[in-house]
Design a protein around this ligand. Structure first.
Ligand SMILES: [Zn+2]
Length: 417
């Protein structure tokens, strides 16, 4: 909404919606002046803050009391990427007092398609530094805390303890289970969203209500799910879901009566449909059920990701290129989907989608080394193990790092990865 539109609607539409929220700001809003003629409702708000947050102060559901709550709040954003970008920017704009950012990664050129907090000039910088600078630039009244690390079982409880609300803007399952567990164990709300290609979902896992494990009791089969980097995502999509997360964080801080707690919002941006699914607490949930078994955070890599490859299971891209150069002809099977293969073809390879690999076994020559390729090397390792289990008699190798690493090894600057 443009600023002009907000201005035009500030009177009538703000009061139209007033009945549906019981915010904690009523008391402050009703006290206009005290006996000295000052405005106790605005106490603690500097002239700068009053001007900057005036559109909040005009809302009865926020008002000076709600704005002070926002200014006192500490929110941790796990992941300074596609979801973290709008969350960090909107929370900064809203005047959330302390914004914490966790991310171990550096900004890459391929992030800029959706991670709008980062700029072209920031490529190569730590994401937390790039994002922290953008937050400060937007609102110098906000305190930024940066944690350039990966959240794990050893640091998560300590870091989360310093915040009131956590926004899970991560892009992988181990992080989501970890954030969900640590939030529940610490009694903090977990404001969750995730995106995949054109679809996204968001929910609030609040103490007392259903948790992430009530929704997803068992992690997905390792290796079967391509990571975000491998699967592709419409750039606008994390913007849609991230703004939903930011709105929920602000509402939780304000004490809004109806959040996404107990509801899963699903978005299909290709069809542009928004659906809502009611979530219930699962009495058998290992985290929040009647007999919980999770009482401390664990490193979920163990059950979310497959074991690391052993030496005989993989081939490096350099080795593959050397073999091809020397005239060897290993069988190369490209497991990526047809449109991915078109983006970055692997010469001499046979395209077999992951789902059709078993059916294609009779076409494979057991007398030659078989090299499996996927986007990043995870699906291909999983597939190599599947083929061995299914009885393929020849040698099966997964290309380490996948097509992305192969492109890098041959100095291919045009790689889509
Ligand atoms: Zn649960």
């Amino acid at each position: 909404m443009s600023d002009a539109a907000t201005k035009d609607q500030a009177g009538p539409s703000a009061s139209d919606g007033a009945g549906s929220y019981e915010a904690g700001s009523k008391e402050a809003g009703s006290r206009e002046t005290d006996s000295n003629g000052t405005k106790p409702g605005l106490a603690g708000l500097t002239r700068e803050a009053r001007s900057r947050y005036s559109r909040h102060l005009l809302l009865p559901e926020v008002g000076p009391e709600g704005q002070r709550r926002l200014m006192d709040a500490k929110v941790l954003i796990v992941g300074a990427g596609g979801l973290g970008s709008p969350v960090a920017l909107y929370l900064a704009a809203a005047g959330v007092g302390t914004v914490g950012l966790i991310d171990p990664d550096l900004v890459e050129a391929s992030d800029l398609q959706r991670q709008i907090i980062h700029k072209t000039s920031g490529v190569g910088r730590a994401k937390v530094d790039s994002a922290g600078e953008a937050v400060k630039d937007l609102n110098p009244l906000v305190e930024v805390r940066t944690h350039r690390l990966r959240l794990d079982s050893s640091n998560a409880m300590g870091i989360v303890a310093g915040y009131d609300v956590v926004a899970d803007c991560s892009d992988n399952y181990p992080a989501r289970y970890l954030v969900g567990d640590v939030c529940r164990l610490s009694g903090k709300p977990d404001v969750y969203a995730s995106v995949h290609q054109f679809e996204g979902q968001a929910a609030v896992f609040s103490p007392g209500g259903p948790c992430y494990r009530c929704l997803y009791p068992t992690p997905p089969e390792p290796g079967l799910l391509p990571s975000c980097g491998e699967a592709g995502v419409m750039g606008v999509l994390p913007g849609i879901l991230g703004t939903v997360q930011a709105a929920e964080v602000v509402k939780i801080i304000l004490g809004a009566p109806r959040t996404l707690a107990g509801r899963l919002l699903t978005v299909d941006a290709w069809l542009m449909t928004f659906l809502e699914i009611e979530l219930e607490r699962d009495p058998g949930c290992p985290l929040c059920g009647d007999r919980p078994t999770v009482d401390r955070p664990a490193d979920y890599e163990l059950f979310c990701r497959q074991e690391a490859a052993s030496p005989g299971e993989t081939m490096t891209p350099e080795e593959l290129l050397r073999r091809l150069d020397s005239g060897e002809r290993p069988q190369i099977v490209d497991l990526r989907d047809p449109h991915e293969r078109l983006l970055m073809p692997v010469p001499g390879s046979m395209g077999v989608s992951f789902a059709k690999l078993r059916a294609a076994m009779p076409e494979l020559d057991p007398g030659r080394d078989l090299v499996l390729i996927c986007g990043l090397g995870s699906r291909s390792l999983f597939a190599a193990r599947l083929l061995k289990k299914a009885g393929h008699p020849g040698r099966v190798l997964s290309l380490a790092g996948g097509a992305r690493a192969l492109a890098a090894a041959r100095g291919d600057a045009e790689s889509p990865y």
